[in-house]
Design a protein around this ligand. Structure first.
Ligand SMILES: [Zn+2]
Length: 57
């Protein structure tokens, strides 16, 4: 099975249960970035999302 890139928003914001999971890393980063900006008003660079928030599962 292919690896998936996952961001569990609980890691970044304690009361949010949002989870992004995609086999496409770029898509996972884009979705995660949109969520962080739209829901939490926080701007993360793609690099920050990739290194600090995404897990490979
Ligand atoms: Zn969230």
């Amino acid at each position: 099975m292919a690896k998936a890139h996952k961001l569990d928003c609980e890691n970044a914001a304690a009361d949010c249960r949002f989870i992004v999971q995609s086999e496409n890393e770029e898509e996972a980063i884009e979705l995660a970035g949109n969520h962080m900006r739209d829901v939490h008003g926080q701007d993360y660079s793609d690099e920050e999302l990739r290194t600090d928030h995404l897990q490979v599962v």
